[in-house]
Write a protein that binds this ligand. Structure first.
Ligand code: GLC
Ligand code: MG
Length: 545
């Protein structure tokens, strides 16, 4: 049972929630095909309950040819047999809800699979009623593609369809044709898909590549990017000003938001890779856009105290009034945090994620420190890596099986898993870490529990205190409650001096788990790579924190 929440009862649930992303192919297999499934997720719900997360976001589970592992959907309102059935989904939703855990689905409205019946109709003839549901253009005078737009996954973004003599646009694989979001029928069809799932009880959506939905209506060439260098993904050789982040996209997102609001207490999250000043426009005019435009700033940030403090300040300053912040350390498209910042810093990273102001999202396996797994060339599955090999864009390494125990296939499957489990799974796994009070897993649990107990951590303001050398210090304050967070981002021990009304308190969570409850007076000593969350005494009195 979860302890009662201290947070403001009038605030929406997703503001005080901790989200957890599951990549369903890799969480738990139960039917022995080496691929995770919904009954597996059901079996592993106790892990999520124990961790204390409030909501799950599932990467796509709909019928799909799996050219892009579910991000190529051929039916928006069913479950792919590899994952199970609609009945399995309903059972999972019900079980999760009984545990107080919400369930968010991945909505992929930018494109379908080329095997979706809508596209099959659209490509059937130039005058098919669904022709305009996708983006069809005549060849350039020389017969080549209509303009210079590039696919994110390599090559032109235009594929020629010999049967009808036109090209169709695909921002990703040619097996993922983009829907035409300027067509009102397309909008209505996707809004009905949303209602289908919302009526079923899902608590919201993470919307795939939401900033891509609208493209330039004049199909102008993208300008070239003078900063591009060989070794970077080829699509980055152009600046995508005409293919993404178009002004009209906000009107579409506001419509999606209204669909979500036909139902109570649902959330709309957008996947957006843009610089902070562009990202925050996705809250929409008067907050009519996404509730949470995903903030990926920490995915690329150099792991330096000053840089992180700066980007938090920049983000906090850029947020529109009432816009609720959020933070992410990893997802199924980016290298894992353990591989980016190193194992030594994992506890500090966890503490940062779970004490910054805003909604955190944990990517499955982060809680046990899973690192990217090196994938031998003959086991590469990611179409991005296959199309653009050898420059390190592959995403298989961060999608490997959840490491449950030290057994064969890390307890993930009785068969050979679709991707190899991490070589460290004998040591770094849920079973081992559960039994070790000082483990990373238990740090995640303690941090999540501390958020639950202290409204300063969920609702409080963010006040930067210090960022120098390897030290990062900030205070979260809500009413009279103040919590100080001190993080040592380096190997050298450091002493933080605390002054004035922030001088005394008690350690609420220490990163190694051996200092909880320790009194703090005037200074705080941090060991190598250590972090501490300190409940400060109320300013006026000096009682218990
Ligand atoms: C998003 C997904 C990614 C997918 C792409 C195309 O970026 O997160 O996994 O390949 O969209 O759907
Ligand atoms: Mg399976």
């Amino acid at each position: 049972m979860k302890p009662a929440r201290v947070a403001d009862r009038t605030a929406p649930w997703w503001q005080s929630a901790v989200l957890y992303q599951v990549y369903p192919r890799s969480f738990q297999d139960t039917d022995g095909d080496g691929i995770g499934d919904l009954p597996g997720l059901m079996r592993r719900l106790p892990h999520l309950v124990e961790l204390g997360v409030d909501a799950l976001w599932l990467s796509p589970i709909y019928p799909s040819p799996m050219a892009d592992f579910g991000y190529d959907i051929s039916d928006y309102t069913d479950i792919d047999p590899v994952f199970g059935t609609l009945a399995d989904f309903d059972a999972l939703l019900d079980a999760a809800h009984r545990h107080g855990i919400k369930v968010l689905l991945d909505l992929v409205p930018n494109h379908t699979s080329d095997r979706h019946p809508w596209f099959e109709e659209s490509r059937a003839s130039r005058n098919n009623p669904k022709r305009d549901w996708y983006i069809w253009r005549d060849p350039a005078p020389d017969g080549g593609p209509p303009n210079n737009w590039l696919s994110e996954f390599g090559g032109s973004a235009w594929a020629f369809d010999p049967a009808t003599g036109q090209y169709y646009y695909h921002a990703f694989l040619d097996a993922q044709p983009d829907l035409n979001w300027r067509n009102p029928e397309v909008r209505a069809a996707i809004y009905d898909v949303m209602r289908f799932w919302l009526r079923r009880g899902v608590d919201g959506f993470r919307v795939d590549v939401i900033w891509h939905l609208i493209k330039d209506d004049q199909f102008r060439d993208n300008p070239s990017n003078p900063d591009w260098r060989p070794g970077r993904p080829p699509n980055e050789s152009l600046v995508p000003i005409y293919t993404a982040d178009r002004p009209e996209v906000h009107e579409v997102i506001a419509e999606m938001r209204r669909v979500v609001e036909e139902f109570e207490e649902r959330v709309l999250i957008g996947e957006i890779y843009l610089p902070i000043e562009r990202l925050v426009t996705y809250y929409g005019a008067d907050l009519s856009g996404a509730h949470l435009p995903f903030n990926f700033a920490l995915l690329n940030a150099p792991w330096h105290a000053r840089r992180i403090a700066q980007l938090v300040d920049e983000y906090e300053a850029a947020l529109p009034p009432g816009g609720w912040p959020n933070w992410v350390l990893g997802n199924h498209d980016r290298p894992r945090v353990a591989s980016r910042v190193g194992r030594d810093q994992l506890r500090v990273a966890a503490m940062l994620l779970l004490t910054l102001r805003g909604t955190p999202t944990i990517y499955y396996g982060e809680e046990i420190g899973m690192a990217d797994v090196a994938i031998p060339p003959d086991r590469v599955r990611d179409p991005f890596e296959k199309n653009v090999p050898g420059i390190g864009v592959g995403r298989d390494g961060c999608r490997t099986p959840m490491q449950w125990d030290g057994g064969a296939a890390a307890g993930f499957s009785a068969a050979e898993p679709w991707l190899p489990p991490g070589p460290d799974s004998g040591r770094e796994n849920v079973t081992n870490q559960r039994g070790d009070p000082g483990s990373l897993l238990n740090l995640y649990r303690r941090l999540i529990a501390a958020r639950r107990r202290h409204s300063a951590l969920t609702r409080g303001s963010y006040e930067p205190m210090a960022a120098s050398g390897d030290l990062l210090v900030y205070v979260r304050r809500h009413g009279r409650e103040r919590v100080l967070v001190a993080l040592n981002l380096g190997p050298e021990p450091v002493t933080v001096s605390l002054r004035g009304d922030a001088a005394e308190g008690r350690v609420l969570v220490s990163s190694l788990g051996d200092r909880d409850g320790e009194a703090v007076t005037g200074e705080l000593y941090l060991r190598s790579h250590e972090g501490a969350v300190v409940g400060l005494d109320p300013a006026e009195t000096h009682g218990e924190a």
